[in-house]
Design a protein around this ligand. Structure first.
Ligand code: DAT
Ligand code: MG
Length: 142
């Protein structure tokens, strides 16, 4: 299995609940290495670029409003099968449907405020990492 990188966000709800460290611990316990990280407060323009694929969805306005409502942690996670592994430990998009022990099941209750983002495929990971990180801000330990 190849070493991959994936893009992750600890969303404003989880930052507000003071569980950044607990969520980072989930990544590390799963074998994912944090190889780039920073706290940012997204502008509407940045959130719009990031969520361009959802522009026509009915929840788009709510989504951008939420993602710009407070600071977030953005990080690059690295490891074997990182994209799928991160999606697995995050749990389903709707926390009410997320498997017990997943990040969304443990730290979120609403689909509109679901604690974390994780890239859904290697191509999305590459696009998303490039939006938020310069190459020199990523410290691969592969
Ligand atoms: P995921 O974040 O699991 O990849 P997605 O890409 O389908 O899910 O949607 C992006 C985000 O949009 C999701 O994390 C939360 C929000 N969202 C999705 N469906 C929603 C809905 N029905 N109502 C409100 N927000 C929603
Ligand atoms: Mg998605």
């Amino acid at each position: 299995m190849a070493i991959e990188q994936t893009f992750s966000i600890v969303k404003p709800d989880a930052v507000g609940k003071n569980v950044i460290g607990e969520i980072y611990s989930r990544f590390e316990k799963a074998g994912l290495k944090i190889v780039g990280a920073k706290m940012i407060h997204m502008s509407e323009a940045l959130a719009g670029e990031f969520y361009a694929e959802h522009k026509e969805r009915p929840f788009y306005g709510e989504l951008v409003g939420f993602m710009t409502s407070g600071p977030v942690m953005v990080q690059v996670l690295e490891g074997e099968n990182a994209v799928a592994l991160n999606r697995e430990i995050m749990g389903a998009t709707n926390p009410k449907e997320a498997a017990p022990g997943t990040i969304r099941a443990d730290f979120a209750t609403e689909v509109s405020a679901n604690a974390v983002h994780g890239s859904d495929a290697p191509a999305s990971a590459a696009r998303e990492i490039a939006i938020f990180f310069k190459p020199e801000e990523i410290f691969s330990r592969a």
